[in-house]
Design a protein around this ligand. Structure first.
Ligand code: ADP
Length: 406
């Protein structure tokens, strides 16, 4: 009985998931020529006139093309439209960005903590006052629903606010000495240039969470946003310039990820790598950082079970599981990848959860009522479809083994 229900749920889940992923795959085409709808054109024109559609890298305060003129397309994952072309940069541009960050380090780290704090606070204010435009940019290039995208701007900006305050509280320590003629003092000092490599699922928040603390304590930064979502990073950098953060303190390069990564790793001027992304890339960065003994902070793939016990409040459990599983269309590192449900509540939970999943509205993140945007690209669609097929084949096998009649 339970097994048959499990099989029905699997079929329902398959229909739902295939519908949503097909939405993404049906709409995504590989554009051969520049194609753009009136809606996207209107949005990009508005963002452009607000000065927030930056389509060049930022090196030493100057907006810069790739030295060989190469570009990559940024696509709207809901429609496959080309939103913009951005430079496809590599090692040379990255080395110049590192030099600019290194040159800017002396003066930035010598500002007083209050001066750095003020710059960060001004940047925070600008991020918040442009939250609508930044949210639109996130939806355009990443796909998440606009309300969620604006939520990301609030969340992302909050790191800058937090570290604007923390900039004034970088305290040291006095340690009791074991010898009478010694004093032991700990001073906290900025390490130097930081290389920040970020993913596409939170195009703003993953940047501000790395750049906020680095700038607060006096480091300068070379950011490499994901090539899938560079526009939000560039808009945030534009606002940093407007906030008076001096040229060179914050640089942005994008394009050939291994070339940029290798240049950051090879440089003895880069003293720290901070990264959010896959475990495979994280391991490479950790290995590469050893050559110049850089510090590394890595936030890598998650493995997150969601456990529902018999005594759970059903509504709360369904709501919580839905949020844990479907936030950002399942594309966050803490999204539940297994639901483990205790036997006593299983049937009720399974029914309520599948009903709630059926009600999720899938579509373009700009459409009213949509809570599930597209997956980021075609390979993400294929990955999800393979997971669904794998799960269904295992449920069917399980049913055959137990029931012998599915
Ligand atoms: P995901 O699979 O979630 O896209 P990745 O680890 O591939 O995660 O990507 C996260 C970030 O790491 C992106 O900005 C991507 O461009 C970058 N990246 C990928 N490969 C490398 C590399 N070899 N060196 C440096 N950065 C890389």
């Amino acid at each position: 009985m339970k097994v048959a229900r499990l099989a029905r749920m699997a079929a329902m889940a398959r229909n739902k998931l295939l519908c949503s992923s097909h939405l993404a795959s049906m709409h995504i085409s590989t554009p051969t020529s520049r194609q753009i709808s009136m809606k996207t054109e209107g949005l990009t024109a508005r963002l452009n006139s607000a000065g927030l559609l930056r389509t060049q890298g930022l090196i030493g305060g100057k907006w810069t093309d790739a030295y060989d003129g190469k570009t990559i397309q940024v696509l709207n994952p809901a429609t496959g439209e080309v939103v913009a072309d951005v430079p496809c940069m590599g090692g040379k541009e990255t080395n110049d960005a590192i030099s600019s960050a290194h040159d800017a380090f002396y003066s930035w780290s010598n500002l007083t903590c209050t001066e750095r704090s003020k710059h960060l606070r001004t940047w925070y204010n600008l991020l918040i006052s442009h939250k609508e435009e930044l949210g639109q940019l996130i939806t355009l290039e990443q796909g998440k629903p606009l309300k969620e995208a604006i939520g990301e701007v609030n969340y992302g900006a909050s790191f800058i606010e937090f570290f604007a305050e923390e900039a004034k509280r970088v305290y040291g320590d006095i340690i009791p000495a074991t010898l009478g003629d010694r004093r032991l003092l700990v001073l906290k000092q900025p390490v130097g240039v930081v290389g920040a490599i970020t993913p596409w699922n939170f195009p703003l928040a993953m940047i501000t969470r790395k750049v906020g603390p680095a700038l607060a304590c006096g480091c300068t930064v070379v950011i490499k946003p994901s090539e899938l979502t560079p526009l939000t990073a560039l808009a945030a950098a534009e606002l940093a310039l407007q906030a008076g953060i001096p040229p060179g303190v914050l640089n942005v390069v994008m394009g050939n990820a291994p070339d940029i990564g290798n240049a950051l790793l090879a440089s003895s001027q880069v003293r720290k790598i901070t990264f959010t992304g896959s475990t495979a890339v994280g391991k490479k960065l950790m290995e590469g950082a050893a050559g110049t003994v850089k510090r590394v902070s890595l936030e890598l793939g998650g493995n997150a079970p969601c456990i529902i016990f018999d005594d759970a409040d059903l509504d709360v459990a369904v709501k919580g599981s839905l949020a844990a599983k479907f936030r950002n269309s399942g594309q966050t590192c803490v999204c539940a990848n297994r639901l483990i449900v205790q036997e006593g509540i299983y049937d009720k939970f399974a029914e309520a959860f599948s009903k709630a999943v059926q009600n999720l509205q899938v579509g373009d993140g700009f459409s009213e009522g949509v809570v599930q945007g597209p997956l980021i690209n075609e390979s993400a669609v294929q990955k999800v479809e393979s997971f669904v097929q794998d799960a269904i084949s295992k449920v069917c096998l399980f049913c055959l083994l137990i029931d012998g009649n599915y």
